[in-house]
Ligand binder design. Structure first.
Ligand SMILES: *Cc1c(COP(=O)(O)O)cnc(C)c1O
Length: 397
């Protein structure tokens, strides 16, 4: 007799809910924030440039620009690349909607590219055919925390004279060969939302080696004024001019203090995520109906997400039923993502439709993200594995 599923009235694998992601905040983090709250500068102060310097040095770029969130990082990038009406930007459909939204916010057109079926990263074989005379940039997304194939993408971008952007919101801490994520494309963007590899509550960063873009980016985050409060104070001046239409995308000094403190722990946290992933990998080798995503050679994976694909031919239940059964076991599985081109906004405003990215559409019906965060214990990970075994056994054909 299979064990009775919690969803059918049996007892759950765990008594408490295990979320798919959770932040880690230490006393050290709290002291760092407290110190800034008692200082003169709550925003546009010295902690902003300190965080930017530390971050640039961590990823190995000349510059880093702090902004209020990951979406702001992408929007600022699209603004500084001059994306406007009539411009096309290539973007994978398998991502959080903000990647494409940043293009739409500048009145550009996102051109959605399908996924590789095994990694769910942008299918590099389908990028070139999506390029037209209106294409201005390619955005790749390091889905789940795995860096894309930037060797191939850089060559395509170079051949067509396009900017290459990495939406690295999942991938802080990952490397490709001996290079860190953040330094693999012309511009990379990060998010410090609470579920991401490190957090400032809300927050974001742009990294680049380009010598011209950072000045524009810093202006755009500050209403496109040609100087900021601290610069005016230092110059003994009140004068500023607005040169373009910008936003308030500033990150506060106390968030930057939290960021500096969190960043120090990213290498240790990445190793812990890799350990948990290894436990999952080992357990799932023997479960036919489950396929973890493929990891490319030469990659150190940041494992923001641990995504499995269900082989529903081997199961008598849909992903939705498996999802509900696991939630009832108190295993906080999740789904990342509904392919962006299937959101009503893109269907209604850009004429996207089902069938245009068949691989991502099929994958979407089979994927589950398992709990994955650095403060998970081995017992938590074992609960996830046992929960999966229990539910998959029950529904196996
Ligand atoms: C989280 C995320 C964003 C947006 O970041 P926010 O800080 O939430 O605005 C963009 N792209 C991807 C891939 C993300 O995961």
């Amino acid at each position: 007799m299979p064990e009775s599923l919690a969803i059918k009235g049996g007892s759950p694998i765990r008594n408490t809910f295990l979320p798919y992601a959770r932040q880690s905040i230490s006393d050290e983090d709290i002291s760092a924030v407290n110190e800034v709250l008692r200082s003169d500068w709550l925003t546009t102060g010295p902690k902003v440039s300190e965080f930017e310097k530390e971050f640039a040095s961590f990823v190995g770029t000349n510059d880093a620009i702090a902004v209020s969130n990951g979406t702001a990082a992408l929007h600022t990038t699209m603004f500084t690349l001059g994306i406007a009406k009539g411009d096309e930007v290539i973007v994978p459909t398998m991502t959080f909607a903000a990647t494409a939204n940043a293009i739409a916010l500048q009145k550009g057109t996102p051109i959605f590219v399908d996924s590789d079926p095994e990694t769910l990263l942008i299918d590099t074989n389908k990028v070139e055919e999506a390029i037209t005379e209106n294409t201005k940039a390619i955005v790749a997304v390091d889905y789940a925390g795995q860096p894309c194939d930037y060797d191939v993408l850089s060559k395509i971008a170079e051949n067509h004279n396009l900017f290459l952007v990495a939406d690295a919101c999942h991938a802080l801490g990952a490397t490709n060969g001996n290079k860190s994520v953040g330094s693999l494309a012309d511009i990379s963007t990060f998010s410090f939302h609470a579920v991401k590899p490190m957090t400032t509550g809300e927050g974001g960063m742009i990294t680049t080696d380009n010598p011209h873009l950072p000045k524009l980016m810093r202006e755009f985050r500050n209403h496109c004024l040609n100087n900021d409060h601290r610069e005016r104070l230092e110059a003994g001046s009140w004068f500023y001019e607005m040169t373009n239409l910008g936003f308030n995308y500033r990150l506060t000094d106390f968030q930057c203090a939290l960021g500096i403190s969190q960043l120090k722990k990213v290498p240790k946290w990445t190793l812990r995520r890799q350990e948990i992933a290894q436990m999952y990998n080992n357990a799932f080798i023997n479960i036919d109906a489950i396929k973890p995503l493929k990891v490319r050679d030469n990659i150190s994976h940041a494992y923001h997400l641990y995504v499995i694909q269900l082989d529903t031919n081997k199961l008598s239940a849909s992903r939705e039923e498996i999802f509900k059964a696991l939630r009832a076991e108190n295993i906080g599985v999740n789904v990342h993502y509904i392919p962006t081109h299937l959101h009503p906004f893109y269907i209604n405003h850009f004429g996207t439709k089902e069938t245009q990215c068949p691989v991502a559409e099929a994958a979407y019906k089979n994927i589950l993200s398992l709990p994955m965060f650095s403060s998970m214990t081995n017992d938590d990970a074992k609960d996830v594995i046992e929960g999966i075994r229990k539910v998959i056994n029950f529904y196996s054909n």
